[in-house]
Unconditional design. Structure first.
Length: 193
């Protein structure tokens, strides 16, 4: 069995303590988006797919605020250990892509096609109706926000998302639905005097 398939089999255990926003279902959706984007953009899938599988490995339950700004660096470091133990040949290329996947990634991180594809795949997942539900759940659990305020936080974050690849921009069909849902929740949930 190849190493990427073996890594995929380990994901349930690796993400058993993931935050609700960064659980295995998110990781698998991102990997699916990454494969589609990577194939069309000409990325090396032997780098991109393992990077997608491990991109949020540093996210833990109830640690979202603690790791949000550093999770790309922490994730690359944790991924390096996993990949080295599994004897991957392209460990540094995979970790480089992981470093690039977040808005809070180090500004000196070398930009690679695989990193750009992973960034877009991760952001595409954050623009879906499922992402709105995950976001609302997270905001209730970690920040004790009501649904209206959580939607306002989501809309502010959504405005900042700028996809980089042509393929991801073409795939960005769910954003309008997610935004509309948040606006509808805000409208329905706002008390009118």
């Amino acid at each position: 069995m190849n190493k990427i398939k073996l890594l995929k089999e380990k994901l349930p255990k690796l993400y058993s303590e993931a935050s609700c926003e960064h659980d295995i279902t998110h990781v698998l959706r991102v990997a699916t988006f990454a494969k589609i984007i990577g194939e069309k953009e000409g990325a090396d899938l032997n780098v991109l797919i393992p990077a997608a599988y491990l991109h949020d490995i540093a996210q833990r339950k109830f640690s979202h605020h603690a790791t949000r700004k550093t999770h790309a660096v922490l994730g690359a470091n944790e991924a390096r250990k996993i990949l080295t133990e599994m004897k991957f040949d392209n460990v540094e290329e995979i970790c480089s892509a992981i470093l690039q996947h977040s808005h809070s990634s180090p500004t000196d991180a070398k930009q690679t096609l695989e990193g750009v594809c992973l960034f877009d795949a991760d952001k595409l997942d954050s623009l879906s109706i499922v992402a709105v539900a995950r976001h609302l759940q997270l905001m209730a659990l970690e920040r004790n926000l009501n649904i209206v305020d959580a939607c306002k936080v989501y809309l502010k974050a959504e405005e900042e998302i700028k996809l980089k690849t042509k393929t991801a921009k073409e795939m960005d069909v769910n954003r309008k639905e997610a935004v509309l849902l948040c606006h509808k929740i805000i409208e329905m949930g706002t008390v009118k005097e």
